[in-house]
Design a protein around this ligand. Structure first.
Ligand SMILES: NC(=O)c1ccc[n+]([C@@H]2O[C@H](COP(=O)([O-])OP(=O)(O)OC[C@H]3O[C@@H](n4cnc5c(N)ncnc54)[C@H](OP(=O)(O)O)[C@@H]3O)[C@@H](O)[C@H]2O)c1
Length: 239
């Protein structure tokens, strides 16, 4: 039986690399997207040309808090089962204390922690049937404190706590881990100074998508790891 993975925010960047990694390893993919429809369809076509009918896409806004059940039902309908859930989707922007808004709270919390919680709740039965695996994408730098990013950090901190709590609650049938990337793909708004950033990374380079997707796949494969947060950051969070 072909195994099925749901990757949220899977159309681009790290999510796309995770989709490709599981696809190379014979999985069928449900690629979730919100606004990146063109990229999601392109990825679906490209992977389906490698293996026919192996990728489906589902659109959903994680802020649509009353529609999680129907979203998860539509995910299951695609291939009739689910084995692995990768909570990768995330909104990310600064919220300096005097500029933060209720909308930012809702959006950052929904996409980074409440959404993953609701998806797990709705897929738990199906994941349990298949001795499933959940991997959440956190952020290596939250343990150091992130100036101007308090709400995002709180959301990712919540996701790490959720990872550990559910690792206990859902064991032994479902394993729950997290990968916490360091500097991998810099924000597209040019707000990062690359040279300065590299000087803070012991391994001396920015990471790439493959560094993350291979770590995610490793956590999927190793059957004796649960409740762990794997920081894949070239050692940056040690500084
Ligand atoms: N890039 C890095 O260097 C880095 C560093 C630390 C941690 N991380 C973590 O690693 C993961 C992947 O990083 P990334 O940079 O590839 O992510 P990203 O491009 O910032 O976001 C991934 C996807 O999240 C989706 N998303 C955002 N808000 C959503 C919402 N309300 N509803 C549904 N989907 C929503 C978007 O989908 P659409 O495009 O379809 O709208 C987006 O493409 C994230 O969890 C991120 O926090 C990344």
């Amino acid at each position: 039986m072909t195994k099925v993975v749901l990757v949220t925010g899977g159309a681009k960047r790290i999510g796309k690399s995770i989709c490709k990694k599981f696809h190379e390893n014979e999985f069928s993919i449900v690629c979730h997207y919100n606004s990146s429809e063109d990229e999601a369809i392109k990825l679906k076509e490209s992977l389906n040309s490698i293996r026919k009918d192996s990728v489906e896409v589902v659109q959903f806004d994680l802020n649509d808090i009353n529609k999680y059940r129907s979203f998860c039902e539509s995910v299951i309908e695609k291939f009739g089962r689910i084995d692995v859930l990768i909570n990768n989707a995330s909104s990310f922007y600064s919220t300096p204390i005097l500029e933060s808004s209720q909308d930012a709270w809702d959006d950052l919390i929904n996409s980074n922690v409440k959404g993953p919680h609701e998806i797990i709740k709705n897929l738990k039965k199906n994941l349990k049937e298949n001795l499933g695996v959940i991997i959440n994408l956190s952020d290596a730098m939250i343990i150091r404190g992130m100036k101007d990013y308090s709400i995002y950090s709180i959301a990712k901190g919540g996701l790490e706590t959720l990872t550990k709590s559910l690792a206990k609650e859902l064991a032994p049938e479902i394993r729950v881990n997290a990968v916490a990337p360091g500097a991998i793909l810099l924000p597209t708004d040019g707000s990062s100074n690359e040279e300065k950033l590299i000087s803070t990374i012991p391994l001396g380079r920015i990471g790439n998508e493959e560094d993350i997707s291979s770590a995610v796949f490793h956590l999927y494969k190793n059957e004796y790891i649960t409740g762990q947060i794997l920081r894949v950051d070239g050692g940056r969070s040690l500084n």
